[in-house]
Design a protein around this ligand. Structure first.
Ligand code: HEC
Length: 155
């Protein structure tokens, strides 16, 4: 091996190590997975909000999206297994409060409350009455804040 190719080889190894280090510092698959779950819940909630406010979309779409939210809500407890929160996350971006794991039963119940409210919205949406759908949607969005307020920290 010539000096030139050896230098090149060392550079590749150093670059790979740097990339690995950066990856370890910034990314956390467990945190990303739970944030993806929340983003999905957030996307469906936003879309339903648009329909409820009179934008394009049918009651049947509300029902489908509400069912998706209920399914996601059922996964919240399982997605928060990693105890990574604002105080121990280092460079990983998270707004999860350590309170989640200190008051785990309350956190899980907040997830169940969302699941129940999303199922109620799905049932109401099947009836097609937009005023009733709006009320059920309002009740569901209250459960977001009921969890975010005690269990999220703004960084
Ligand atoms: C059981 C508790 C709980 C419920 C219920 C809940 N959330 Fe969350 N949500 C969290 C936590 C905790 C985070 C912060 C996760 C993190 O940063 O690691 C979060 C983060 C989010 C995020 C930011 C995701 C990101 O990182 O980009 C959105 C958007 C969101 N939630 C929307 C909603 C909506 C909309 C609802 C109601 C329909 C809802 N959430 C209900 C606990 C909850």
């Amino acid at each position: 091996m010539g000096v030139k190719s050896m230098r090149k080889g060392m550079f590749v190894v150093a670059a790979a190590a740097a990339a690995l280090f950066a990856g370890a510092a910034m990314a956390n698959p467990g945190v990303e997975a739970r944030q993806e779950l929340m983003k999905s819940i957030g996307g469906n909630t936003k879309a339903i909000g648009g329909i409820v406010k009179g934008g394009p979309g049918e009651a049947s779409e509300v029902a489908t999206r509400a069912a998706a939210i209920a399914a996601s809500a059922a996964m919240i407890g399982g997605k928060f297994g990693d105890q990574v929160h604002v105080e121990n996350a280092g460079d990983v971006k998270t707004t999860a409060s350590p309170a989640i794991w200190m008051k785990w039963d309350e956190f899980v119940k907040a997830g169940t409350d969302l699941e129940t409210a999303a199922k109620a919205l799905e049932t109401t949406a099947a009836g097609g009455d937009m005023a009733a759908i709006g009320a059920a949607f309002g009740a569901m969005t209250k459960t977001c804040g009921a969890c975010h307020t005690p269990f999220r920290v703004k960084k």
